[in-house]
Ligand binder design. Structure first.
Ligand SMILES: Cc1cc2nc3c(=O)[nH]c(=O)nc-3n(C[C@H](O)[C@H](O)[C@H](O)COP(=O)(O)O)c2cc1C
Length: 336
């Protein structure tokens, strides 16, 4: 730590290394950070968006919001409070947020536990058992999401039939969408595998998939086995008051908070978004939950299967730029 109470470079690198465990659509990691000595600027990485899957870049911004909250949590676990400002410079396209670590302190127990959850969390695509202690958890999740202006709608397994139908319809449409399928192949077995994407080792086998009616149709994988019995996971739909970039960033922060709190409570989670990617399907989800702007869903339960191997992440230096004073460096013409 330096005298002016800014963290040193080693701390910055360690913290952003942890934060990079943040989940993102197809593990695309669509973010870049630039550290100027006191403040970190978060940018959307336009080259890591998925236009066929995520046609309005909603999930790209949402994923960056997840990363933002992961960074806040990682700084907290390292003993730093953070000051965050969203869209601090509206003239720079893609500059989503600024984060300044302030007030070094000894991390509290909740900060420490949340920091550990970053490393423990993973997407569990297997059938799950009903979550234990659900009533209390549900209220905490509702509170956490509401702090970022995000509404939670909880659906129990008996109310899921309609959602399963929408999921099946989406899957059917996507089978006839070559650009979507090409993106899926690229992110599951493409040249970026090893530092991004979704490896076969975390994806269910074809027989296991039949027990998970609310899942994206990925290529068959090698994870599992899932064991017998249907999925008993609860489903929460996160919705926002609008569809602006601010709403999406906030929803990403809420999603991160939900996933990490569940992890602290020993619960398994899986983010589900295929069902809100096609506008007609999203409209049906909106009708079902009585919210105009559903953004993303999460399955929450008690793990039935062993955790799969950890998904890879790209190296720190590919998304973190350090020690640059010139305000223009780190933004491409496209960003401006
Ligand atoms: C915005 C967003 C959308 C996602 N959509 C899906 C999805 O539809 N189906 C799925 O199985 N996983 C989904 N995921 C999870 C990612 O695939 C996962 O986070 C990524 O592969 C990294 O793996 P990990 O979560 O195990 O670290 C999504 C994650 C985010 C943040």
């Amino acid at each position: 730590m330096t005298r002016n109470s800014s963290p040193d470079i080693d701390t910055v690198r360690t913290v952003f290394g942890h934060a990079a465990r943040a989940p993102s659509l197809h593990n695309s990691q669509p973010w870049r950070w630039r550290w100027d000595g006191t403040t970190a600027a978060l940018y959307l990485d336009a080259e890591r968006l998925l236009p066929a899957t995520d046609m309005f870049n909603r999930e790209g911004v949402l994923g960056a919001g997840v990363m933002l909250n992961h960074a806040e949590v990682a700084w907290g676990a390292a003993g730093w409070q953070t000051r965050v400002s969203s869209f601090p410079d509206p003239t720079v396209r893609g500059h989503l947020a600024s984060l300044q670590p302030v007030c070094p302190h000894v991390p509290t127990e909740p900060e420490r536990l949340l920091g550990q959850a970053i490393e423990q969390r993973y997407s569990d695509r297997m059938p799950m058992d009903e979550p234990s202690g659900w009533q209390a958890t549900r209220q905490i999740l509702e509170f956490l999401a509401s702090r970022s202006g995000t509404t939670t709608t909880f659906l129990d397994p008996t109310a899921l039939g309609a959602l399963h139908q929408i999921s099946a319809m989406t899957t059917g449409f996507r089978r006839y969408d070559p650009k979507y399928q090409a993106e899926l192949s690229w992110w599951t077995a493409g040249p970026d595998a090893g530092r991004a994407g979704v490896p076969a080792s975390v994806l269910p086998t074809t027989p296991d998939r039949s027990h998970i009616p609310l899942g994206r149709e990925f290529p068959s994988g090698t994870a599992g086995p899932a064991g017998e019995g249907d999925d008993e996971a609860m489903v929460v739909v996160l919705s926002t008051p609008g569809d602006s970039a601010t709403d999406l960033l906030d929803c990403g922060r809420a999603l991160s908070a939900v996933l990490l709190e569940c992890t602290v409570q020993g619960l398994s989670t899986c983010t589900v978004s295929h069902i809100v990617e096609i506008p007609s399907a999203r409209a049906r989800v909106a009708e079902l939950v009585g919210q105009r702007f559903p953004q993303v869903l999460v399955r929450i339960g008690s793990a039935r299967a062993e955790p799969p191997p950890r998904t890879p992440r790209r190296g720190l230096d590919s998304f973190l730029e350090i020690g640059i004073a010139d305000d223009t460096i780190g933004t491409t013409q496209q960003d401006r």
